[in-house]
Design a protein around this ligand. Structure first.
Ligand code: FAD
Length: 549
């Protein structure tokens, strides 16, 4: 088995992805790389994993857990502990490249049933052992670190089945560790889809989607994960919460909603019931448009969302820089069609691409798409066919593999995202751009991909050469300045990645002290001993072993 840091840090199936020649050309142009710098591999993480921190659990504690899950499902070796010490946050990947594992759990435990989870949580509560629920480990917010040790509770290994599909209620009940492909395969076979397609789809789980409050690429039509959940089964230190699958109730609060976005701090989600939809992929209608400016594209998007003639499922705008890079890396820059576009006033540095799909019954899709085309035309957009959307859909999961080879070249590459109202969108976008462009040699691509009647999200991707020898501090300073800029100009702290430990320092300032006190009271009720994902997640605790007040 490959026990290098590199094997842990790499995305997905761990393949060694190559950067395409057109992207290499862009790196030469933007960052001044030459043949020599392109040959050098920066911090590849090829060393064998070795942890300084010894496991802190006592033999009798390990024996008890072993008696619950069996010998094969409790691991204490360095490699497993390192593997479960992090997600895919850029700072964590850098740490691994530097041979650092700051916050490993003491053991990795893979329960085989809801009942086993209950036994473990009861035992860990009585012994004050921290528990970090783990799904697909695709967190980008530092939400899986174990600064106080304890156990990483691996839900994905065994708790990964579809339990039932109700075609009468149009719901599916799953175990929390099920991955996107397993869930969709089972649903598609029966003619349904869940409609949740994050870019991490292949390597994330239903429990993680719910706990981090994620959004899929077709969220404009299907909603975020919180719009899909109808019931949950959760093991908390204060007992099991099992909610029923009623369509709506008025019985006080909907308790299950407290666990959406709880990031493992309240309990372990073991089962979820989700809404499902008819799956008619062959009837999906799609269209790509180009606009002369970001403002025109955004205004058209707002009009589509507020028209009430039906909503797209995938709805996406790339800002001018992202559009230019799509033209360059897609090979259309300076092509015959590009020259024609320029002649028509769709200029590099200004033009923006918009992608749309509408899913459902064919008649409905064609009707909605016709309306969208009409709105786009009125907004001075031009229809450019369906090809660009199909091309984008084909690479929508594989593009995640590019980050590792970019980091190999010493290029800092990370993302941030925020929710904005239509009124604040342009201000957040332009101030974030202005902030990033103060740093020399940056690529800053922005898109909108989750859209609502009253606003949307903005998704930022930045690339810039690392400051060699000072990679972590340079990144932390740059990143924190961007978060400050987004918040100061009216963006939310997160739209769908969650908060974790990375954004936790901004929580109280963003939500306000009394809201934070309410969150802490909820935490105190479900987890009085502070064993669930302790040590800063969501800004609930900062200090080691702090009891939440
Ligand atoms: C390349 C890439 C692309 C991404 N694209 C998207 C995207 O398009 N949309 C999006 O929303 N996010 C995206 N993300 C972020 C990430 O995939 C999501 O946050 C996802 O929902 C996490 O799911 P997971 O199963 O990997 O959870 P993990 O990373 O394992 O855990 C995430 C959080 O949930 C908690 N948790 C996990 N399972 C449970 C459970 N059963 N009970 C209680 N708590 C639990 C953990 O403790 C942790 O706090 C992306 C990440 C990467 C690396």
């Amino acid at each position: 088995m490959d026990s290098t840091y590199r094997n842990i840090l790499k995305w997905g199936d761990k393949r060694e992805e190559k950067i395409a020649p057109r992207m290499i050309q862009l790196i030469r142009e933007k960052f001044g790389y030459n043949d020599d710098t392109l040959k050098h591999r920066h911090l590849p993480g090829l060393e064998q994993v070795k942890l300084e921190k010894k496991p802190a659990l006592e033999p009798r504690q390990l024996d008890f857990i072993r008696s619950v899950v069996g010998d094969d499902d409790i691991l204490t070796d360095d490699c497993s502990r390192a593997r479960f010490s992090c997600g895919k946050f850029y700072g964590e990947l850098l740490d691994l490249r530097l041979g650092r594992v700051a916050s490993p759990p003491d053991a990795v435990v893979s329960p085989g049933s809801h009942d086993e989870v209950e036994h473990i949580i009861r035992f860990c509560s009585s012994e004050h052992i921290p528990v970090i629920p783990v799904g697909g480990q695709s967190s980008v917010t530092g939400a899986l670190q174990a600064p106080e040790g304890g156990i990483a509770l691996d839900l994905a290994k065994h708790l990964n089945r579809v339990l039932s599909i109700s075609t009468v209620n149009k719901t599916v009940t799953v175990e929390a560790g099920i991955s996107g492909p397993s869930l969709e395969a089972e649903l598609n076979r029966r003619g349904y889809t869940c409609g949740h397609f994050p870019q991490s789809f292949e390597y994330s789980t239903a429990g993680g989607w719910i706990a981090a409050r994620g959004a899929g690429q077709a969220s404009t039509g299907y909603g975020k994960i919180e719009d899909m959940v109808v019931a949950l089964r959760v093991v908390t230190p204060a007992g099991v919460i099992e909610t029923k699958d009623y369509p709506r109730t008025a019985q006080g609060w909907d308790l299950f909603r407290l666990f959406m976005g709880s990031e493992g701090t309240l309990g372990v989600i073991t089962e979820a019931t989700l809404r499902i939809h008819n799956h008619n992929p062959l009837d999906t209608a799609s269209a790509a448009f180009i606009f002369r400016s970001f403002e025109q594209a955004v205004e058209t998007m707002r009009k589509v969302m507020q028209s009430e003639y039906g909503k797209p499922h995938l709805f996406r705008i790339s800002d001018p820089e992202e559009t230019d890079i799509a033209f360059k890396t897609g090979g259309s820059d300076n092509s015959f069609s590009d020259k024609l576009l320029r002649r028509l006033g769709f200029l590099p540095g200004e033009r923006c691409l918009m992608f749309v799909t509408v899913e459902g019954e064919k008649d409905y899709n064609l009707f909605v798409l016709k309306k969208i085309r009409h709105t786009a035309r009125k907004g001075r957009g031009m229809y450019i066919g369906t090809g660009p959307v199909k091309k984008w859909l084909d690479q929508r999961y594989s593009s995640a593999y590019i980050r590792d080879p970019l980091m190999d070249l010493g290029i800092m590459t990370d993302t941030l995202e925020t929710a904005v109202t239509w009124e604040s969108l342009m201000k957040v976008w332009s101030s974030a751009r202005a902030y990033v462009k103060k740093r020399p040699k940056t690529v800053f691509m922005v898109h909108i991909s989750h859209v609502y009647e009253n606003g949307a999200n903005l998704y930022f991707t930045f690339l810039s050469p690392m400051e060699k020898g000072n990679e972590q501090d340079d990144f932390a300073t740059f990143h924190s300045g961007l978060v400050d800029t987004i918040l100061k100009n009216g963006g939310s702290l997160s739209h769908h990645h969650g908060v974790g430990r990375v954004l936790a320092p901004w929580m109280e300032g963003h939500l306000g002290e009394s809201s934070m006190r309410a969150l802490k009271a909820i935490k105190r009720h479900f987890d009085p001993g502070n064993i669930m994902n302790p040590g800063g997640t969501l800004g609930l605790t900062q200090e080691k072993n702090e009891i939440i007040r």
